[in-house]
Unconditional design. Sequence first.
Length: 165
Amino acid sequence: MIATRLVLAAALAVAFAAPAAAKWHPKPKPSRMTEVPVSVTDAWIREAPPGASALAAYMLVVNPTKKGLSLTRVTSPSFGEVQMHVSEVKDGMAHMKQVPGFTLGPGARLVFKPGGNHLMLLKPKKALKAGDVVPMVLEFDGAGVRSLQVKVLSQGITGDTPHHP
């Protein structure tokens, strides 16, 4: 008899709690993955010989907003690590230097090109060939991200600046 009362009490508790629980919906948490409205054009990765442990990526990033943005991190599931680099000539020799990020003022352009700013793509997860497409995410400190697909090219885009303004 006591067992029957306990079962009945439990059943009633569930019956009355279920409608209340069904009406409660937690507010979604704000996403850190907000897409930043930067423009990215002419994004490409230079094809490397099989077995290469590093590749380079180039693109034009434009900040069309009225706020400054700081590019603080770049990631890709196709690589173990992505580093931001600048190239500089010192004592007649070209050197690469890793930097923690780049600042883009309102309306500013950031050019990644051979011999200049570039992304070093380290520890490729598989060999890439011309025509492959690599997902990449640019992270802007406190502002969100910009997801893109970057094509692997054998020759790349030539010239001092990318084709699109």
